[in-house]
Design a binder for this molecule. Structure first.
Ligand SMILES: Cc1ncc(COP(=O)(O)O)c(C=O)c1O
Length: 471
């Protein structure tokens, strides 16, 4: 590692080097065992005599900060760092984030859980990711100039991926989209951010499902909008409860998160009618409907007309991996130009190599093949979890009927039961599940969401026996 030393004037150069190295060691910036640059090299970099550097090193060695190993080099001694990584704030005034950040719960570290039985919802089975195919398409794409060029690309994304997504959503979901309608985003989360940025002004009213997926709610709140939680019943979002003033409503109609219901056709038509009347935008998050295990697919709102009022948001976080951070949005044409400008201001565009790899994966039919295989895997797990919940948890947990997605939700039948406590007890017994009540703001609900993406089929019965024992 290069050592940055700032020399001021010509006086006491050796002392300046001594003090800066000593401060860096005490601050933990130069860790124990770190080799220092040879005296000749550092003197050359600083344009000073080698002897000046040697004097500083000698003094640091004499005082025990450095250890010289003859013929090998000079190294930082052990056990000197005082617990102040990042340096000393000295007399600087600590800067405070806006108060709104005090009200947000801590960022979830999804990599943290190493539960014996992992029923966290929304996590795909990473062990079944098509690694060989991904390696092949990545290698192939990295050879092409599209990825290797030094310039940025258009903000909306890699054109072959936009075209592949447009075909995919048109064919598989009946969402009318051409290549120009698609913006590739860093996950569905960024799609929600972009839509809100281009449409809303600070203080505008927006509506979210309650209970609902917390990230868009928190995102919209942090951006200064007036976020109104709207109840959800067995047919989905209660359209009659939408505030008249709302300019945007975020919904998960294919598979309500977390309850798992699909929005009835009546509700979907009522929601579209409401959006037309209110002049509002519906943000339709279709995050996991690729995994449908029986029955007819539900028509997305974006396929039911009123295209000018629906933004269809998709994600590859469930079908492939959340760490790829690949999602997309098909927005109303009236918002298109502003979306492109906003995307460019946020991050220029989503990283191109994974976009190019994904385009190839879709175009070669490998994505469709992966989906088909995963649908079979998840269908078996879905059936197992649902039937064991019905058989072994009767009277305690009532599963919400659902034939789609990566999780099943079950409501607690005892109104006095505390789902957060239950989940904590389950965790100490090695079982990770998601309690529902923290996902509700104004319309309380008690239950557990159980995902089956992260747990293999043969581990499900053992995990549910363990869960049952703790209830
Ligand atoms: C309701 C919902 N939407 C979207 C996503 C995916 O978000 P992203 O595409 O930002 O990874 C998730 C993942 O947990 C989700 O639960």
């Amino acid at each position: 590692m290069d050592l940055h030393v700032r020399l001021d004037g010509r006086g006491d150069l050796s002392g300046q080097i001594y003090r800066q190295v000593r401060t860096a060691i005490l601050a933990g910036l130069l860790p124990a065992g770190q080799p220092l640059p040879p005296t000749r090299e550092l003197a050359g970099d600083l344009g000073i005599a080698r002897n000046t550097v040697s004097m500083a090193y000698d003094r640091l060695v004499a005082e025990g900060f450095l250890v010289a190993r003859s013929g090998v080099g000079t190294f930082v001694a052990d056990g000197l760092a005082q617990d102040r990584p990042g340096g000393d704030d000295g007399d600087q005034v600590a800067l405070a984030p806006r108060p709104i950040w005090d009200t947000m719960s801590a960022a979830t570290d999804l990599s943290a859980a190493d539960a014996e039985f992992d029923f966290r919802p929304g996590i795909p089975d990473a062990s079944l990711f098509p690694y060989a195919a991904w390696r092949r398409v990545t290698t192939c794409q990295l050879r092409t100039t599209a990825v290797g060029s030094g310039a940025h690309i258009a903000a909306a994304g890699h054109p072959p991926l936009r075209a592949a997504i447009a075909r995919h959503v048109a064919v598989a979901r009946g969402v009318p989209a051409g290549v120009d309608d698609v913006v590739v985003t860093s996950g569905s989360q960024q799609a929600v951010d972009l839509l809100a940025r281009v449409l809303l002004s600070p203080g505008d009213v927006v509506a979210v499902e309650d209970p609902g997926y917390p990230l868009p709610r928190k995102l919209l709140t942090s951006s200064g909008f007036d976020v109104v939680p709207v109840p959800v019943d067995g047919e989905g979002l209660v359209v009659d409860a939408l505030p008249d003033a709302a300019r945007l409503v975020y919904v998960t109609p294919s598979h309500q998160f977390p309850l798992g219901t699909s929005m009835s056709l009546g509700r979907r038509l009522a929601l579209l009618e409401w959006a037309r009347r209110a002049g509002a935008l519906i943000v339709e998050d279709d995050y996991d409907s690729e995994f449908r295990f029986a029955g007819r697919p539900f028509e997305p709102l974006a396929g039911l007309g009123a295209a000018g009022h629906v933004a269809y948001v998709g994600s590859f976080s469930k079908t492939l991996l959340p760490t790829l951070r690949l999602g997309f949005v098909v927005a109303p044409r009236s918002l298109r130009d502003a979306m492109h400008k906003a995307k460019q201001l946020l991050d220029w565009h989503t990283a191109v190599p994974p976009q190019a790899a994904l385009a190839e994966l879709i175009n070669e039919g490998l994505f469709a093949r992966h989906l088909k295989a995963m649908r079979r895997v998840y269908a078996r797990r879905h059936h197992l979890v649902t039937s064991l919940l019905r058989r072994d948890f009767a009277g305690v947990l009532e599963p919400v009927p659902s034939l789609v997605g990566l999780h099943v939700t079950a409501l607690l039948t005892d109104p006095a039961a505390d789902d957060v406590q239950l989940a904590a007890r389950a965790r100490s017994a090695g079982v990770e599940v998601l309690p529902l009540s923290p996902l509700a703001v104004a319309h309380p609900v008690r239950g557990l969401a159980l995902g089956y993406g992260a747990i293999a089929e043969d581990r499900i019965p053992g995990g549910l026996i363990r869960l049952r024992a703790g209830l």
